[in-house]
Design a protein. Structure first.
Length: 320
């Protein structure tokens, strides 16, 4: 799980007043580019979309391939859709992933000393790096200062409004955060300015290619949709997503769109992978507990990772 809560979504559901939305456009190509709708009806009845009257859609720019919500949640509604108590359960707090992230940082950046994580939550990963001798800095949207687990400096607020240009970090991490940002290109430029020459940038986000891969879409995704519709008609809710949709995710990156955006911001991609050790862990745990369907899907996702279709994109890039 990333920052999205797995509990019932918050918002003005009971009052019948949907949360506000705002029209968006491709941040890469501009306002005039045509769009292709990737998911509308399939996600309309999901509880997180019902908060917005079922109006949120995943679209794709026909010019550059960037995928995003249009319409998207209005900025004034962010407090209504984030559950800050769920941060402690972040996927990035998993020791298996933390081992993987730290290994990548130290392998690609010998002499690693200073690390900044944008979207650090309560700082689980930074606390680990700090205990291993690194100087850490965290940036987080809200201000859960009393919950922070590291002692280094922390900035609170939207990254789009925070200035880190005077910094010279050895590495910056954006782990399951870039999809939440309202203006990823602007934030990437700020990250570039905050890194020392040759500094390392570690980015992880959902891989939307999986959810639009034909065989997966017409088997796993279709089965989830049918199951959800059955529960929805009986007044019950499901805890899974369809088409990778989450109302907190404003962007739905694939390899092409993410690497293009990184290149435009002045980064050189050194490594890209969709093989995620967390999927292997989930598969083993589910199968050991006789949760066969969950184990089968996790195993399939792990295998698809070797074909570039795993559920998570992990990119190691360096500042040019």
């Amino acid at each position: 799980m990333d920052r999205a809560t797995q509990n019932a979504p918050k918002g003005r559901v009971a009052s019948g007043s949907p949360l506000r939305t705002t029209a968006t456009s491709c941040l890469v190509c501009g306002t005039a580019t045509p769009e292709r709708v990737l998911a509308s009806r399939r996600i309309r009845d999901l509880p997180e979309n019902q908060l917005f009257g079922g109006n949120l859609r995943i679209v794709e720019c026909e010019e550059c391939g960037l995928r995003y919500l249009n319409p998207a949640p209005h900025a004034s509604e962010l407090a209504a859709i984030y559950d800050y108590d769920s941060w402690a359960d972040s996927t990035n707090a998993n020791p298996v992933l933390q081992d993987h992230f730290e290994r990548l940082l130290r392998t690609h950046q010998p002499g690693l000393s200073t690390v900044c994580e944008i979207g650090c939550g309560v700082g689980d990963f930074l606390a680990r790096l700090e205990s291993n001798g690194l100087t850490v800095t965290g940036v987080e949207f809200a201000e859960p200062a009393e919950k922070m687990k590291f002692k280094g400096r922390a900035y609170f607020g939207m990254m789009e409004d925070i200035d880190l240009s005077g910094s010279q970090f050895d590495a910056v991490c954006l782990l399951n955060t870039i999809e939440h940002l309202s203006d990823p290109p602007a934030v990437l430029e700020k990250v570039r300015a905050a890194l020392r020459p040759g500094g390392l940038f570690l980015v992880r986000c959902p891989n939307s290619d999986l959810f639009h891969f034909g065989p997966y879409k017409w088997t796993v995704e279709l089965a989830k949709f049918v199951y959800h519709q059955r529960l929805f008609k009986s007044g019950r809710k499901t805890g899974f997503t369809i088409a990778g949709f989450q109302h907190q995710h404003l962007f739905y990156f694939d390899k092409r769109s993410l690497t293009t955006m990184l290149g435009r911001a002045g980064f050189e991609v050194k490594q890209l992978s969709t093989v995620d050790p967390y999927n292997a862990l989930r598969a083993r745990r589910a199968l050991a507990s006789a949760r066969l369907a969950e184990g089968a899907i996790a195993s399939l996702r792990h295998i698809l990772g070797y074909l570039g279709l795993g559920p998570e994109l992990l990119v190691v890039a360096s500042a040019r």
